[in-house]
Structures are given as C-alpha cells and as structure tokens.
Design a protein around this ligand. Structure first.
Ligand SMILES: [Zn+2]
Length: 215
C-alpha cells in the first residue's frame, strides 16, 4: 500500500470521516465568507476562521490514525513545532534587538493622534514604520520627512494591521494551515484603510518620499 491508500484506509477505519468532513465544510464556508463580504477587516476575520478550523483537522487526523503514524504526519508535527516555537520567540528577539540597536519609547502624542493603543518611537534616522502584534513602531526619521497628514496616512496604514491583528497568535496560524495567503493583498487593504481615513494624496506623498529616500 502506498501512503495515500494507507491514509484512506486509516480514515475509513477510524470513524472520523464525519468530523473531518464537517470541519472541512466549515473551512470552505469561511472561505466563501471571505469572498462574499466587502469590508476588509471582516474579510480577514473569515480568512482567520478558515485557518483556525483547518487547524482543528490536524488533531482529529492525528487521533484518528488507525495505522502507524505516517511519515507526512511526523513531518508536519515537526514543522508545526518549529513554526510555533518561532512564533513565540521571534517577536521577543526582534524587540530585544530593536531596543539594543536603536532604543525606543512610547509616544502618547502619536497614540492620541491615530487612536492607537501603543505607539513606540524608534530612535533611528531611517524612515521606518511597522506593526508587531498590536504595537506600532515609527522611527524618528519618518517623523522628520513626513508632514502631519502624511504621518497620519502612515499611522492609519499601521492601524489597519493592528485591527486585523486582533489576536496576533491566531493570526500567525496561517503558517500552519497552508491556506493561500497574500501579504501584498493585506498591504493593499491597509492602504485602502488609510485612504478612507485621510485621503489618497497624503498616502501617495508619503510613499513617494519613502521611495525617494530608499530609491
Ligand atoms: Zn503594511
């Protein structure tokens, strides 16, 4: 018997076919929701729901194994373990690196401006802005080259990342499920959010300034 035949026999004997089919239908329904709704944040919620449901299948498949553990399952468990370790550790390492290399501190004024929970001012002349978990980082260099409306555009772009990142841990589960995912699309959604909040011009100007700086 090859792996595929063995897997099919395993499932048939386990009596878990039904829960697996139910969960898989849930995944498909969530993906349908993703395409059906218009609001970007809601879209991403459906995408995460599909991911979480897809992940439910892993233990069900695992416990349903009637025959010896299959090679691909061992491989997946190793992969999942490494990814989960990375998800837990890497943000802490990166924060530590940022703190050591540049230093950063909270900026309540920027938090107030964009209605953000936490904004950190990064002490470097390179213009940078990014979001880690629910924390937004923006550099002194960024404040230097942008006027106020351009700065707001950048902050709103990052705010979208905070909004779509309501549960940073669950958000990362996409690496475990292999459902198709496009960071480029999320960046576009973040831009759309910024445009809705402050208008297209400031965002385009901010992008142009960044291109000029790094180009
Ligand atoms: Zn972004």
């Amino acid at each position: 018997m090859n792996t595929l035949e063995c897997t099919i026999v395993c499932f048939k004997q386990s009596g878990m076919m039904f829960p697996i089919l139910v969960i898989t239908s849930g995944v498909l329904i969530s993906l349908a929701g993703y395409f059906a709704v218009r609001d970007n944040i809601e879209k991403l919620r459906f995408y995460w729901m599909a991911n979480v449901l897809a992940l439910f299948n892993a233990p069900v498949v695992y416990f349903s194994m009637a025959c010896d553990m299959l090679f691909f399952l061992k491989l997946y468990i190793t992969y999942a373990f490494l990814v989960l370790t990375g998800i837990f550790i890497s943000p802490h390492l990166y924060r530590y690196y940022l703190k050591k290399k540049y230093g950063y501190e909270r900026d309540v004024e920027l938090e107030r401006l964009a209605g953000l929970e936490r904004v950190y001012l990064l002490n470097t002349s390179f213009p940078r802005a990014f979001t880690m978990g629910r924390d937004v980082f923006i550099s002194a260099g960024m404040l230097e080259i942008l006027d106020e409306s351009e700065l707001m555009a950048v902050l709103y772009h990052e705010k979208f990342h905070v909004l779509e990142n309501k549960t940073p841990f669950l958000n990362k589960l996409k690496f475990l499920t292999f459902l198709p995912f496009s960071q480029e699309k999320i960046e576009k959604m973040a831009d759309e959010y910024a445009i809705r909040m402050i208008g297209r011009d400031p965002l385009e100007r901010a992008k142009k300034k960044l291109e000029e700086f790094y180009g």
